[in-house]
Design a protein around this ligand. Structure first.
Ligand SMILES: Nc1nc2c(ncn2[C@@H]2O[C@H](COP(=O)(O)OP(=O)(O)OP(=O)(O)O)[C@@H](O)[C@H]2O)c(=O)[nH]1
Ligand SMILES: [Mg+2]
Length: 341
C-alpha cells in the first residue's frame, strides 16, 4: 500500500474559485483582507498518481481523529448517566463502516436504537436486508430519511415501547409526565442534528453538509416526553481496514483537507466501474470501452467529457475528482449501498 505525501505542486487557482463543498477550502484571508490575519488552512494531502499505476498503488492511508473527538468521547461517557437511551445514527449506504466501535463499547449498558439514515440515497433492497439482519442480531433498527422526514415518525413509538418499564417506574415514583432523555450519537456528517430538527419539526440544531459542524453536547426538547442530546460526530483512532476509511471518505464523513481527492476519486471509480449504475454511465457519457480503462484514465475521460480542461488542453482531473465525489455524495450516480449484510 502506498502512503500519501506532499509530492506534487499543483495549480490551485481553479480550486479557490469553486463554490459548494470546496468553498470550505478557500483561504479566508483572501476574502477579508482588512480583517485580522487568519492562519492559513492546511494544504490538502497530495500524492503522486500516474495513468499506469494499478489501483492498489492509488490507495492512501486515511485517518481523521482530531483532539475534539477525544474530548467528545469523554463528554459522552460523562453524560451517559443522564440519559435513558442511546440512538445511534448510521449511514444506510455504509452500515458497517459507519458504526463506531468505540461508541458501541461506551454505550453498551444503555437501551439502544439504531437509525439507518440517508435511506433516500441507499439501495432500498439493501436497506431492507440490513433492517432484517440487524433485527436478527436483536438490534432495533429503523430506516429513515431525515431530509424528507420519511420513517422519522416511527422513532417515538418504538422508543416508548422499548422504555415502557422505565417510564412506568418513573410514574410509580410519583413523576407525572416523565421525560425520556436520549443521547444521539454517530459519525460526523451522518445527520444527527438534522434528525433532531426533523423530530422536533423546528430548526433548532446547527446542521450542514460537512463533517464537524456540531462542536459540543447540547440538549433539545423535541416533543412531549422526549429530550435529546445532540453530540459532535466521532470517529476512532485507527481503522482496521482501509476500506472503512475509504467508505467513510466517499460518503463525506471525513474532512476533505486530510485526504488526496484525486486518489480517493480513483478508488471510487474502481467501485463504480463494477456497479454499472445507469446514472453513472449516462451522467458522464461513458461507453463500454471507457469503463474498461484504468481508473485514472477514466477520470481523465470524465474531465474531458465534462469540458474540465486546464491550460494546454490537459484534463483537469482534480476538478473532475471533486465533481465525482460531490455527485456520488448527492446520489446523482444512483442509489448505492457500498456494504451488504
Ligand atoms: N439526502 C439526505 N441528506 C441528509 C439526510 N440526513 C441529513 N442529511 C444531510 O447531511 C448533512 C449533514 O447533516 P448534519 O445533521 O449536520 O450531520 P451531523 O451528524 O449532525 O454532523 P456533525 O455535527 O458534523 O457530526 C446535511 O447537509 C443534511 O442535510 C438524509 O436522510 N438524506
Ligand atoms: Mg451535528
Amino acid at each position: 500500500m502506498k502512503k500519501t505525501s506532499n509530492q506534487r505542486k499543483k495549480n490551485t487557482s481553479h480550486r479557490q474559485s469553486r463554490g459548494g463543498r470546496s468553498g470550505a477550502r478557500m483561504n479566508p484571508s483572501a476574502k477579508n483582507r482588512s480583517a485580522k490575519p487568519v492562519a492559513p488552512k492546511p494544504k490538502p494531502v497530495k500524492a503522486k498518481r500516474s495513468p499506469s499505476a494499478t489501483s492498489s498503488e492509488h490507495t492512501q492511508v486515511i485517518q481523521w481523529y482530531p483532539g475534539h473527538m477525544t474530548k467528545t468521547k469523554r463528554r459522552i461517557e460523562k453524560d451517559l448517566k443522564l440519559v435513558d437511551a442511546v440512538a445511534e445514527i448510521i449511514d444506510a449506504r455504509i452500515p458497517i463502516s459507519s458504526r463506531n466501535p468505540d461508541i458501541a463499547r461506551l454505550t453498551a449498558g444503555k437501551p439502544r436504537i439504531v437509525l439507518l439514515n440517508k435511506c433516500d440515497m441507499a439501495d432500498p433492497r439493501a436497506t431492507a436486508q440490513w433492517v432484517s439482519f440487524l433485527s436478527r442480531e436483536n438490534v432495533r433498527a429503523i430506516p429513515v430519511d431525515c431530509k424528507s422526514g420519511r420513517g422519522v415518525d416511527r422513532f417515538v413509538p418504538v422508543l416508548t415501547e422499548m422504555l415502557r418499564e422505565r417510564i412506568e417506574s418513573y410514574k410509580a415514583k410519583g413523576m407525572v409526565n416523565p421525560s425520556m432523555r436520549v443521547m444521539i450519537v454517530g459519525i460526523p456528517n451522518v445527520g444527527k442534528s438534522t434528525f433532531i430538527n426533523r423530530i422536533s419539526k423546528k430548526t433548532k440544531a446547527n446542521a450542514a453538509d460537512r463533517p464537524g459542524v456540531t462542536r459540543g453536547n447540547q440538549w433539545f426538547t423535541v416533543s412531549k416526553g422526549f429530550e435529546m442530546l445532540d453530540t459532535p460526530g466521532v470517529l476512532w483512532p485507527k481503522f482496521d481496514d482501509q476500506t472503512v476509511g475509504e467508505h467513510l471518505a466517499f460518503t463525506g464523513a471525513i474532512k476533505s483537507e486530510v485526504m488526496d481527492t484525486e486518489l480517493l476519486a480513483i478508488r471510487l471509480l474502481d467501485l463504480l466501474k463494477e456497479l454499472h449504475t445507469p446514472e453513472f454511465e449516462e451522467r458522464y457519457q461513458l461507453t463500454r470501452e471507457d469503463l474498461a480503462l484504468p481508473s485514472y484514465e477514466l477520470l481523465e475521460k470524465i474531465a474531458r467529457n465534462r469540458g474540465m480542461l486546464i491550460s494546454g488542453g490537459e484534463a483537469d482531473t482534480e476538478r473532475a475528482a471533486y465533481t465525482l465525489l460531490d455527485e456520488f455524495r448527492a446520489a446523482k450516480l444512483g442509489r448505492i449501498t457500498l456494504e451488504k449484510p
